[in-house]
Design a binder for this molecule. Structure first.
Ligand code: SF4
Length: 227
């Protein structure tokens, strides 16, 4: 696998937010979201065998726990990633997979909790989610929308209703996008969409969705990598 970084931190944006978690960040992405904060994953990284990556995970979290596979777009390395995720599961880890859902998700092991980041129009990568993947969602999975505007909110609201997402997944996350050049102060002034505004819209529409803030950006400097 081509790996950008492996590190332990606090899971920041899902129903697992706040838990200690080992992150395995794979190199490469086929999208170019306007607010992407992970552009350093597009190139570089280092080639590691499945055994080397697993050894790093074990060193950071020897007795099981949470492991998040992220990127970039990890499913671009599906051939190597599937056996690695199976090894993690059989070794007692709980595995999260962060993906845009642009690649097929049919072969992801059922035990893996998929966090599918459906791209909204202002990301400049709207309409990249493959609707075929809706059938491969499991009740423990989560769908995330990163929102930068009212346009994005209305897209996400329509998607939730049209595809009856509350009946398909464990959680639907509405997350304000952070400015990709955010640095210094650890507060919501860096959000492209004011969380208070988003909360008001959600309440007005009685949407069964969860407001999700990227808590790692409030704990550490938003510009820091590897946290
Ligand atoms: S899918 Fe993720 S890593 Fe790829 S460009 Fe979008 S935000 Fe960045």
């Amino acid at each position: 696998m081509q790996i950008t970084e492996i590190f332990k931190s606090i899971q920041g944006e899902s129903t697992h937010a706040g838990l200690p978690c080992v992150f395995v960040r794979l190199t490469g992405c086929n999208l170019r979201c306007s607010w992407c904060d992970s552009e350093y994953t597009f190139t570089g990284g280092r080639k590691m065998s499945q055994q080397q990556v697993f050894a790093d995970v074990q060193r950071l979290s020897p007795s099981g726990g949470l492991v998040e596979i992220t990127g970039g777009e990890p499913m671009l390395q599906e051939r190597e990633l599937l056996p690695f995720m199976r090894e993690l599961i059989s070794s007692g880890y709980r595995v999260l997979l962060e993906t845009s859902g642009e690649r097929p998700l049919a072969r992801v092991p059922a035990e893996v909790i998929k966090i599918v980041d459906v791209k909204c129009p202002d990301s400049a990568e709207g309409d990249t989610f493959d609707l075929e993947n809706l059938q491969f969602l499991n009740p423990h999975d989560e769908i995330k929308f990163v929102l930068a505007s009212r346009l994005d909110y209305e897209f996400a609201r329509a998607f939730v209703r049209q595809h009856n997402l509350p009946s398909r997944v464990n959680a639907i996350l509405f997350s304000p996008a952070f400015r990709k050049d955010a640095a210094g102060s650890r507060d919501s002034s860096h959000c492209l969409l004011d969380p208070q505004q988003l909360a008001n819209w959600m309440l007005a529409d009685n949407l069964p969705v969860r407001l999700s803030l990227q808590i790692h950006k409030f704990i550490w400097d938003p510009a820091l990598k590897g946290v």
